[in-house]
Every structure is written in C-alpha cells, then in structure tokens.
Design a protein around this ligand. Structure first.
Ligand SMILES: [Zn+2]
Ligand SMILES: [Zn+2]
Length: 85
C-alpha cells in the first residue's frame, strides 16, 4: 500500500515511507531513515535532531528502500541522460 503513496510536499515523488511518530508520508527528501525507522523533518526538529548530510541521507535511504521495498525510488539515472521511451 505504500506503493500508491506519494509525498505531500513533492508532487509526483513517491513516498519512501511514513514517519514512525506521526505517520506523515514523505519521500526520501522529507523523511530521514534512522534506527530503522522513518522520521519526518518535523519530528526530528521536535527531538532536536537535524537531517544528516545529503550524501548520508541518500545512502541511508537507498539501504532502507532496498531493505523494505526493493524498488529503485531514487533518481538513479546518470545526469545528462534522458529517459528512453
Ligand atoms: Zn513525524
Ligand atoms: Zn518530499
């Protein structure tokens, strides 16, 4: 059912998961995967935490997605290439 969810803040971006605390859906830009749980920015801020660097987040998100859905949600195609079809 997560497959049909989309990020409320990024139209067209598929939700990577939902916040463990408040249940908000979000894409990998909006959620942070920590301790095997997704947290939204609001909840992280509430806890006084900040999102890790972009590179760390991408790595974490990729691991999380691979572990849960096995779907490539990230824009993994190399820069400059245009999608075929
Ligand atoms: Zn939250
Ligand atoms: Zn988003």
């Amino acid at each position: 059912m997560l497959d049909a969810a989309t990020c409320p803040k990024h139209l067209g971006a598929r939700a990577a998961g939902s916040c463990e605390r408040c249940g908000t859906f979000g894409c990998t830009e909006c959620l942070d995967f920590r301790d095997f749980k997704w947290r939204c920015r609001d909840c992280l801020a509430r806890e006084g935490l900040s999102l890790p660097s972009l590179r760390d987040r991408a790595t974490l998100a990729r691991a999380a997605i691979g572990a849960t859905a096995g779907v490539d949600l990230l824009q993994s195609r190399p820069a400059g290439s245009s999608p075929k079809r």
